[in-house]
Design a protein around this ligand. Structure first.
Ligand code: HEC
Ligand code: HEC
Length: 423
């Protein structure tokens, strides 16, 4: 069994789960440093519920709320509609964007990410230092939830879809709580947080978000480390020749160099997450299938907007998206933030051809090279290997190597050895 390092849980969430209530309320009541004149408002984790449910109760409640369609305006959409537990918490279809909204007919703007292996994502920071020793360098903008890193915690993030006009489409918190009161989960909410929790909108709302957040931190559901590659790291499985070649290409700085961003090695005792959480611009093709892209002036620039609004003036962040984990990537129906590719081979081939054969990398999609990134932001594009060669140069990966990397990526799917889910 893989033991999960505790430090992966958010320190605040951990305190909530482990400390006795008294300690937290003392901490909350303690005067803030020095002579601050005004009291700090209680934090999310200091909500004074009548009862303090334990981790298991919250996970069970969160699991049930995650599939509760009654919490949406249409009555047809739950978190699980887009994040299907049977598909590594990503959609079961191959659409680049999913439908939501009051009548379930409004398209989203981005591909739905998998929710597995998010436990180690640090809060968003503009200057990230991996404290690996003295030579630690500034890795630039890193972390945060959503493709642009704009949400800092599971509970902050969960508020997004519940209130987004094109997802679960509730007009406000009151509307969500009203639905919660009559939902099949009302009794479980009261059992967990106390009989009056649904009478107070703030308590009900915070309890809902807390249960969703804690559920998403449940190791068995979200980060089981049961892939073939994990078995290989434990010395319990052997990679096939092709998988081993793919791993070598993935790690080789002169070929794939994938591991530079999608970390593949055990580090400080922790199994690899296949991401360094960095926000990077790689210039994937514009996806003409996304309805919002029918307007030529609409551009998803990631960290500098339009969905994220606090970094609008940072031209050097335009085009950057958070490097996703590649665990369970072979179960995805679409790839990259805009779901522009529907085959894993094509996503891997993009790295080989972006600079050496752009006509092939972009041409089939009828969207010009870097069409999503205006000229003035193109200095932001990453140029390290496998990128950086010139048109006509030999691609960093041969066709055979692309196939090998794909074979290796398939070893990152959880459920190795359990015949029902994976073959
Ligand atoms: C209509 C489809 C849809 C529904 C319903 C939905 N999501 Fe999402 N989810 C998305 C999309 C799309 C993104 C990426 C958003 C972005 O980057 O702006 C996302 C992102 C996330 C993320 C961040 C993942 C990451 O890689 O950073 C989490 C966590 C999440 N959703 C949880 C939830 C929860 C909890 C619910 C229910 C309360 C929910 N989602 C409902 C579509 C959906
Ligand atoms: C410089 C950092 C970097 C390197 C090197 C890199 N990637 Fe990525 N990778 C990213 C980022 C950033 C994204 C998301 C980009 C986006 O959606 O716009 C991504 C996304 C992906 C995706 C899509 C995952 C999903 O959930 O949609 C795949 C597949 C992938 N990378 C494979 C690879 C492979 C294979 C290599 C080596 C050939 C590689 N990457 C090298 C940063 C990197």
């Amino acid at each position: 069994m893989q033991t999960v390092p505790r430090r992966f849980l958010s320190p605040f969430l951990l305190a909530w789960l482990l400390l006795p209530a008294a300690v937290i309320s003392i901490a909350a009541a303690a005067p803030p440093a020095a002579s601050a004149p005004t009291a700090r408002p209680p934090s999310f984790y200091e909500t004074p519920y009548e009862r303090r449910p334990d981790f298991r109760t919250l996970v069970a409640l969160g699991r049930s709320l995650f599939s509760d369609k009654a919490l949406s305006a249409s009555g047809q959409v739950s978190c699980a509609s887009c994040h299907d537990p049977a598909h590594a918490y990503a959609p079961s279809n191959r659409l680049p964007v999913q439908l939501g909204g009051p009548a379930r007919n409004l398209p989203g703007l981005r591909a739905v990410p998998s929710l597995t292996y998010h436990q180690g994502i640090p809060n968003f920071q503009e200057h990230f230092f991996d404290n690996d020793g003295n030579d630690s360098e500034d890795q630039g903008p890193t972390g945060g939830l959503d493709w642009d890193g704009r949400a800092d915690s599971g509970h902050e993030q969960a508020a997004g879809p519940l209130l987004s006009a094109f997802e679960m489409a509730n007009p406000d918190i009151e509307a969500v709580v009203a639905k919660l009161r009559t939902s099949p989960n009302a009794a479980a909410m009261r059992a967990a947080f106390g009989p009056r929790v649904l009478d107070d909108s703030k308590h009900a709302w915070n309890g809902l978000l807390l249960a969703l957040e804690v559920f998403q931190q449940s190791p068995a559901d979200f980060y089981p480390f049961t892939s073939k590659y994990d078995a290989f790291l434990r010395g319990q499985a052997t990679l096939s020749k092709q998988e081993a070649r793919g791993l070598a290409v993935f790690n080789d700085k002169t070929r794939g160099n994938c591991a530079a961003c999608h970390i593949s090695q055990i580090k400080r005792g922790a199994f690899p997450q296949f991401t360094d959480f960095g926000l990077i611009a790689i210039g994937v093709p514009r996806n003409p299938v996304i309805p919002a892209n029918a307007k030529p002036e609409y551009r998803d620039l990631g960290a500098c907007g339009p969905l994220r609004t606090d970094l609008k003036s940072h031209d050097d962040y335009c085009g950057r998206f958070r490097t996703p984990s590649l665990r369970n990537v072979a179960t995805r129906g679409v790839f990259f933030h805009n779901g522009v590719y529907t085959k894993l081979e094509d996503a891997v081939r993009f790295y080989a051809l972006r600079d050496t054969d752009p006509a092939r990398a972009y041409g089939a999609l009828r969207s010009g090279r870097f069409a999503d990134l205006p000229e003035k932001y193109r200095d932001n594009l990453n140029q390290e290997a496998p990128f950086g060669a010139r048109p006509g140069n030999r691609p960093a990966l041969t066709e055979a190597e692309v196939a090998d990397v794909v074979a290796f990526l398939k070893t990152l799917t959880d459920g190795y050895g359990t015949p029902a889910k994976n073959d």
